[in-house]
Design a protein around this ligand. Structure first.
Ligand SMILES: [Zn+2]
Length: 98
């Protein structure tokens, strides 16, 4: 009967053919080996997928709530303008104590 644990540790390549060398191999606390190249590629794919999905979702949401969003943008600009105006009128000459 083959020793599977031992067999696994003797493999010199990951399933994708990347070498299990010192640089490319991460050993989990449980003792199994992870190919860094594969892991990197996986996380990159996930990252890009997520970005695209959330961008699409944001676009859709914006169009679904177009009126509301336009109103919100207008309100935001109004707020900005009144904040600027307020900042200008808030400048009062320093009080003299005499
Ligand atoms: Zn790999």
């Amino acid at each position: 009967m083959p020793d599977y644990n031992n067999y696994n540790s003797l493999k010199s390549e990951c399933p994708q053919g990347h070498p299990y060398d010192e640089e490319n191999t991460y050993t989990t606390p449980a003792g199994s080996r992870v190919c860094r190249t594969c892991q990197r590629e996986r996380s990159r794919k996930w990252y890009h997928k997520d970005v695209t999905v959330s961008r699409e979702r944001a676009k859709r949401w914006y169009h679904e709530n177009l009126d509301e969003n336009r109103e919100r943008a207008k309100q935001y600009q109004r707020d900005q303008r009144s904040a600027e105006k307020k900042a200008v009128t808030d400048v009062t000459p320093p009080e003299t104590t005499e």
